[in-house]
Design a protein around this ligand. Structure first.
Ligand code: NDP
Length: 323
């Protein structure tokens, strides 16, 4: 079978399209013939070495497909089941995969494998951001970066379904329009002059209840400035580089703020949490409250091009790689 692997960290050029033996299904595992693979920004951190790996390493944290075989002790799945996952270890960029059955969720009839590969990791991220990291309440205003991105488009629609007023940030007018069509009440351009003043103006001078900041280094201080008293800074990504060290006094000066730096995998480590989040996500997709926008697809062999486009801010919504 074919897969993508890396033997050193670096730019998209380190991605190799390689041959590998078919995985053998172990005890407690299921063998999946993968039909759609989700591209996520975390894959670029694994590739670059921001999150280091041991070589040779696979990449990719999310996929959907058909179960071909199950190992000893697996009762909940059978060959032919349609499943999806978002889980470490990296290695989803492959035609076939053997993975712990406990990490797989069965797909409801209305959810295609492409939709699942586009929505599992990004949708469960929107779930824990809005429901766990800062449980947003009806009437709250929140600020979210990369509003037209994979996580962003799902988060905007999810917020709207909760009665939460989401203010999005996007880099172009086209992306801003897409974000507005996907749940955001307002969208501010990333480089707009008077950014913080605009957020204050949109919140009656008060500031937002929470900021969901995936940009990291470049926006951290600006995000703190946008919060209301006791507001929650959820710093969940590093698209511009990791956030630099800061003193907690910065939180006191701005009104007794809270900061958290969460990771999805801590919120779905327990099977019950994975099922709860996936259940809420699939229900929102089934009801039409969340429409999953696949902005672009690439053959798996052309994953390097997909990485270039994602890092170059040329994608919108979710990106799916096709084996
Ligand atoms: P996106 O589809 O959102 O793509 C990234 C977007 O970030 C770009 O389209 C761009 O939108 C924006 N961006 C802002 N600054 C930069 C920059 N300097 N370089 C590149 N892009 C930039 O990706 P994902 O949906 O896969 O992920 C979104 C973010 O969420 C990532 O930062 C990711 O690491 C984080 N994440 C964190 C998780 C966690 O649990 N901690 C889980 C899942 C995702 P624009 O041009 O509009 O600014």
């Amino acid at each position: 079978m074919k897969l993508i692997q890396i033997n050193r960290h670096g730019g998209p050029e380190v991605l190799e399209w390689a041959d590998a033996p078919e995985p053998v299904v172990g005890s407690g595992q299921a063998l999946i013939r993968q039909t759609a693979i989700g591209l996520n920004f975390i894959d670029t951190y694994h590739r670059s070495g921001l999150y280091p790996l041991a070589f040779p390493a696979g990449l990719g944290m999310e996929a959907a497909g058909i179960v071909e075989a199950v190992g000893a002790g697996v009762g909940a799945l059978a060959p032919g089941d349609r499943v999806a996952y978002c889980s470490p270890p990296p290695g989803a960029y492959a035609e076939k995969r053997a993975l712990a059955a406990e990490r797989l969720v069965k797909l409801p009839a209305g959810v295609s494998e492409r939709t699942a590969a586009a929505a599992m990791l990004k949708g469960l991220t929107a779930w824990y951001l809005l429901r766990r990291s800062y449980p947003a309440r009806r009437g709250d205003s929140v600020l979210a970066y990369a509003a037209a991105g994979g996580v962003g488009l799902i988060l905007g629609q999810w917020a709207r379904s909760l009665g939460v007023r989401a203010i999005g940030v996007a880099s172009t007018a086209e992306k801003a329009a897409l974000a507005r069509a996907n749940g955001y009440a307002e969208v501010i351009l990333a480089d707009a002059p008077g950014f913080v003043a605009r957020v204050r103006e949109l919140t009656g001078g008060e500031g937002v209840a929470a900021v969901y900041d995936s940009v990291g280094k470049l926006t951290f201080t600006q995000s703190l400035d946008c919060l209301r008293k006791h507001g929650v800074m959820v710093s969940y990504g590093n698209a511009s580089g990791p956030v630099e060290a800061f003193t907690p006094l910065e939180l006191s000066r701005r009104g007794s703020l809270y900061v958290t730096r969460p990771s999805l995998f801590d919120f779905i480590a327990a099977r019950a949490d994975l099922e709860e989040g996936a259940g809420e996500l699939f229900a929102l997709i089934a009801s039409g409250a969340v429409k999953v926008h696949i902005g672009q697809t690439y053959p798996l062999a052309e994953t390097a091009r997909a990485h270039r486009d994602l890092e170059g801010r040329r994608t919108t919504g979710s990106t799916v790689l096709l084996p």
